[in-house]
Design a protein around this ligand. Structure first.
Ligand code: DGL
Length: 252
């Protein structure tokens, strides 16, 4: 079964998940689509996020993918249930902030969940909070997706933005920081500098493992050696070049 596996994100962030999926599933052929033209999704109204997600996922489906990963916490929270209802036969893996493992890693301190305003405001996160919400500080990462989209994940501007968002919590004991948006692993260094004692959590490994499990369960694994990666963007070649360089930065 050598068909494509489709990955979708509002922009370049989802390649952090694709990178991990490629590591766990080296024989698969991946097609990544980033809607960079319309990123960020986080500040948009719910109906707009749904409409844009439907268009992005529609592109992948038109290409005949055998499975889909919604490599975006925001699009998952807004749209995963709806698209699963429409395509019950298609394996669709979504993402959510990795609050559960962060909760169990606590040792008396707080957990910061950094995610988009939309992710934090939707009912999926409310459910997570009702289970693992002890001493959680939700922080909306205003401006962070924009910096990663502009190729500025490692610069001084990113440091300043992270400082403005997170410095108010530096005098607390913070045991864990959840990177609840697939763009944020590229800001890892700056976040760790602000909270050197904290463990950082993101959903990449679990998401790739879930994809692998579903492919196995449905007998959909590919035997191509090695697999391929095709990167596509609604905004063209510049965004694709940034995706490539961000993926490469994860190997460093
Ligand atoms: N990577 C998306 C996520 O995980 C970013 C959302 C946005 O575009 O604001 O939520």
């Amino acid at each position: 079964m050598n068909d494509l596996i489709g990955f979708f994100d509002s922009g370049v962030g989802g390649v952090s998940v694709l990178h991990e999926a490629r590591r766990q599933l080296p024989n698969e052929n991946f097609l990544f689509y980033g809607d960079n033209l319309n990123a960020p999704y986080g500040p948009r109204p719910l109906e707009e996020i749904r409409r844009l997600s439907a268009a992005g996922l529609g592109y992948l489906m038109d290409r005949g993918v055998k499975a889909i990963v919604i490599a975006c916490n925001t699009a998952t929270a807004a749209y995963a249930e709806i698209v699963r209802g429409q395509h019950p036969e298609l394996p669709i893996v979504g993402m959510e902030p990795a609050l559960k493992p962060a909760h169990f890693a606590r040792h008396g301190g707080a957990v910061i969940v950094l995610a988009t305003a939309a992710t934090l405001g939707l009912s999926k996160f409310e459910r997570l909070m009702s289970l693992y919400g002890d001493d959680v500080i939700p922080v909306a990462g205003h401006g962070l997706v924009e910096l990663v989209e502009a190729g500025k994940a490692r610069g001084e501007e990113a440091r300043e933005r992270l400082g403005a968002l997170l410095s108010p919590y530096r005098d607390r004991q913070v045991d864990a920081v959840v990177l609840g948006c697939t763009h944020y692993p590229f800001l890892r260094q700056g976040i760790q500098e602000l909270f050197p004692q904290a463990q950082l959590f993101d959903g990449r490994e679990g998401t790739a493992a879930r994809l692998k499990y579903l492919l196995d369960e449905k007998g959909l694994r590919s035997d191509d050696t090695p697999g391929t990666i095709e990167l596509q963007s609604s905004s063209g070649a510049g965004a694709v070049a940034l995706m490539r360089s961000l993926m490469k930065s994860l190997d460093e």
